[in-house]
Write a protein that binds this ligand. Sequence first.
Ligand SMILES: Nc1ncnc2c1ncn2[C@@H]1O[C@H](COP(=O)(O)OP(=O)(O)OP(=O)(O)O)[C@@H](O)[C@H]1O
Ligand SMILES: [Mg+2]
Ligand SMILES: [Zn+2]
Length: 556
Amino acid sequence: MAYEVLARKWRPQQFQDVVGQEHVIQTLSRAIQTGRVAHAYLFVGPRGTGKTTTARLLAKALNCMKRGKSPDPCDDCDSCREIVAGNSLDVIEIDGASNNNVEQVRELRDNVRYAPARGPCKIYIIDEVHMLSPGAFNALLKTLEEPPAHVKFLLATTDVHKVPATILSRCQRFDLRRIGLKEIVGRLREIAVAEKWKVSEAALLAIARGAEGGLRDAESALDQIVSFQGEKIEEADVLGVFGLVSWTTLDRLATAVLKGDSAVALKIVAELDEGGRDLQRLVQELLGHFRNVLVWKHAPELADSFDLTAAQLDGLKAQAALADGEKLLRVVEILTEAASQARFALSRRTVVEVALLKAARAATVVSLDELIAQIQNGSADEDAPASSAVSPSSPARAAAPPPPASKGHSPKDELAHLKSRWPSLLAVIGETAQLAAPLLKEAEPLRVEGEHVTLGFDPEFGEHLKRVDTTRTRMAIEKAIGHELKRPIGVKFVLEDRPQAEVDAETRAETPPPAKPAAAGPKAPKGAAAKRNLAEDPIVKKTMEEFGGELFDIRE
Ligand SMILES: Nc1ncnc2c1ncn2[C@@H]1O[C@H](COP(=O)(O)OP(=O)(O)OP(=O)(O)O)[C@@H](O)[C@H]1O
Ligand SMILES: [Mg+2]
Ligand SMILES: [Zn+2]
């Protein structure tokens, strides 16, 4: 027996065998069962997704002589057999591409009047209907408008935009969709099992990816590869045929980009290019991949629509943890641009390489928001991903990452911890309160009490204490210490020699509002009262705060 190509051999003969077009099949089945079949249908969709198949199935069901309650044709009666064999007088298939002139459609129109030979219906299937000439469309229109009761028109097209609106409005339209990866894999597996071929899962997946939603293409590819490779197929056999990149490589490349590992990314591209892989396709697949990562990040409940296997989904989730939404968005933008450039570029490889470098940078660069957050936290070396591109970290910080904070909240431990960390903390504080940092060198953590840390100044540096006790500096210190101890902290300043009570008393005795700056100290200069009064003036206070200044002299 002559070899029958897979696509033909595996053309669905029953509604339930049609893959991935449930919405169409359901509506049609119901129409058949209820006897409400329209007189004209238009099937729209990409190549090899089941348009002709569905039209033939419908024709068979309408004319089946033994069909019971179910919508499916019996495939056994004379009518069914004739239709399957393609020699039924009642089902007339016309190829729009080759029978597109007025004469041919007129002939059709004349024949329409004659009653069907066997079944209840005379069915015209016009494939590629968009190829008809304008004259032919006109002639068809007249018939479509008021066909005899026994006539059905089943039109199919891959290019619905070329079908005149007058025709569209006279048909019930069905849109067939691209068939999902999982569905294609399922169908190919079924075929491979039935044919007794050994095709690995990865190979099935690769064929499905290469087919881009068309089942006929997938089946033809399987046919081709088997005739070329024999009946045992591995992923590598398929990748070569399609110029595809393996899923693992795609995964590795995406991870390299998100980690900012440009060298790895470039090496992978070099290997792929030398292996003759389709780099434009690579960009597109990478783009689709990052799009999925992005969607997963924002709406994980949509993961079902991803058309991925469980293992692939795991890889994707791991990548989602590597970058935030903003960065992913930027990566997707860069690749979108590259995908359109790659189409026309003389050197695809260059376009791809530049895009990957840009993407790797975008994925790891520290954003302004992060920078602000880091400054506010008084430390950059925590959650933010290590950045090679624009790292604001100062040498002091880089040299002294904070050790794990004291867990037990023992004041003694915490104090010891703070004392040992004081020089590094000063560097961190200095980033927000530059002018205060040198002054704080003369201070030292004295006590940890509840939510407060007391910093003591040597009485000799009483003036320093005053200058340090500003809102801005206080906030910087509280942030830094709070981060260090991993809990909210307030600070108090005292002159070291004196007991806290004394300082507090003095603070309270002082003039107006929050006036913390306690210690006028034993060495307070003359005219101190006048200075103190002026120092409480809101404008003067604010100015001193902003510039870290000191009230030095008063002149009339
Ligand atoms: N939805 C589907 N379910 C099962 N098999 C399908 C489906 N779509 C396509 N096929 C397979 O592909 C072959 C071709 O399908 P069909 O002729 O229906 O495609 P088409 O949409 O009419 O394509 P074209 O636009 O190229 O005419 C079928 O014989 C079948 O083997
Ligand atoms: Mg077709
Ligand atoms: Zn039948």
